[in-house]
Design a protein around this ligand. Structure first.
Ligand code: NAP
Length: 267
C-alpha cells in the first residue's frame, strides 16, 4: 500500500476543524499527524472531537508543528486574518495548503499564486467545499446568460465573522462571467433610507447577508425577468456536507501545480 498522506489541521478545535479531524481520521489513505489551534494546547484532538484518544495533541505554533510532524498537507479552517500567515508559513516549509477559510481577497490570491510558483508547492483555496454549493454556482452562471438581473441572499450562523460570504462573492463572479447582457441599471434617484439598505454590490449583483442562529450555510440566488423569477437555493444543514470536498482536495493537492481556487476546478 502507498504511504498515507500526512495531514495537519490548523484551526483544529473550531467548528469546521473538528469535522476535518474526524474526516481525515476516517479517510482511507490519510493520516492526521498534527492539530494546531490557540487553546486547549496539549489536549488530544481526538478526545475533543469525540472519537477518543488518537495520539495527536494540540500545538499552538504552526511552524514548529510542521517541523516536528512533517505533514504533506495542511488544512486551514482558521480566521481570515490568520489564514494568510498560515499559507505563507506552509508554502515556505514545503507543505501544501488546502484552505477553507473564507475572506481571502483577490490580492491575497495573487500573492499565494506567486509564492506557489516561487516555492514550486501547490495550494488549493475553496470558499465552499459542498458539492451542492458548487453546482448552484455553475447553474447561476448558466442562468445569468439568459437572466442578467439577479440578487444573492446568503444565510449563515450568527458567529460567522466575514460578510458577504466567500461563496456569495464567488457566485457573483460566476454570474459576471455568465452574463451576455448587462442588468437593468438602478434608477438615478434611488433613496437608501438606511445605509446598506440594498446590500453589498459586486459588478451589479446585490448581495444580502443574513446572520442567525440555526443556519450553517445557505444561499439563495434570485433571478428576475419580465413576469417571472427563478430561485436557486442550496442549504448546508450540517458541516459534514463539506467533508467529501475537503478529503478530495487533500488528495488532489498531492498531484496539482500552482494555485487552484474553487472546488469546481478539481471535479
Ligand atoms: P471557528 O469555529 O471560529 O474556528 C476557527 C478556529 O481557528 C478557532 O478554534 C480559532 O481559535 C482557530 N484559530 C484562529 N487563528 C488561528 C491561528 N493563527 N492558528 C491556529 N488556530 C487559529 O470557525 P469555523 O466556523 O470553523 O470557520 C472557520 C473558517 O472556515 C471561516 O473562515 C469560515 O467562513 C470558513 N468556512 C469555510 C467553509 C468551506 O466550505 N470552505 C465552510 C464553512 C466555514 P480561537 O477560538 O482562539 O479564535
Amino acid at each position: 500500500m502507498d504511504n498515507p498522506i500526512k495531514v495537519a489541521v490548523a484551526g483544529a478545535r473550531g467548528r469546521m476543524g473538528l469535522e476535518v479531524v474526524i474526516a481525515v481520521h476516517e479517510a482511507v489513505g490519510l493520516e492526521l499527524v498534527a492539530a494546531i489551534d490557540r487553546s486547549q494546547v496539549g489536549d488530544d484532538i481526538g478526545e475533543i472531537a469525540g472519537i477518543g484518544n488518537i495520539g495527536v495533541a494540540i500545538q499552538t505554533d504552526l511552524q514548529s508543528a510542521l517541523e516536528s510532524s512533517k505533514p504533506d498537507v495542511v488544512v486551514d479552517f482558521t480566521l481570515p486574518v490568520s489564514a494568510m500567515d498560515n499559507i505563507r508559513t506552509a508554502l515556505k516549509s514545503g507543505v501544501r495548503p488546502v484552505v477553507g477559510t473564507t475572506g481571502i481577497t483577490v490580492e491575497n490570491e495573487n500573492e499565494v499564486r506567486e509564492l506557489c510558483s516561487k516555492t514550486d508547492i501547490p495550494c488549493i483555496i475553496a470558499p465552499n467545499f459542498a458539492i451542492g454549493a458548487i453546482l448552484l454556482m455553475e447553474f447561476a452562471k448558466q442562468a445569468a446568460k439568459y437572466m442578467p438581473d439577479v440578487e444573492i441572499i446568503e444565510m449563515h450562523h450568527e458567529k460567522k465573522l466575514d460578510s458577504p460570504s466567500g461563496t456569495a462573492l464567488m457566485t457573483a463572479r460566476k454570474i459576471s462571467e455568465g452574463r451576455i447582457n448587462r442588468p437593468i441599471p438602478a434608477p438615478q434617484n434611488l433613496v437608501e433610507k438606511i445605509p446598506g439598505g440594498r446590500g453589498a454590490e459586486l459588478d451589479s449583483t446585490h448581495i444580502h447577508s443574513v446572520r442567525l442562529p440555526g443556519f450553517v450555510a445557505s444561499q439563495a440566488v434570485i433571478f428576475g425577468g419580465p413576469g417571472q423569477t427563478l430561485t436557486l437555493r442550496h442549504d448546508s444543514l450540517d458541516r459534514k456536507s463539506f467533508m467529501p470536498g475537503v478529503v478530495l482536495a487533500v488528495r488532489k493537492v498531492m498531484e496539482t501545480e500552482g494555485l487552484i481556487v474553487g472546488l469546481e476546478n478539481l471535479l
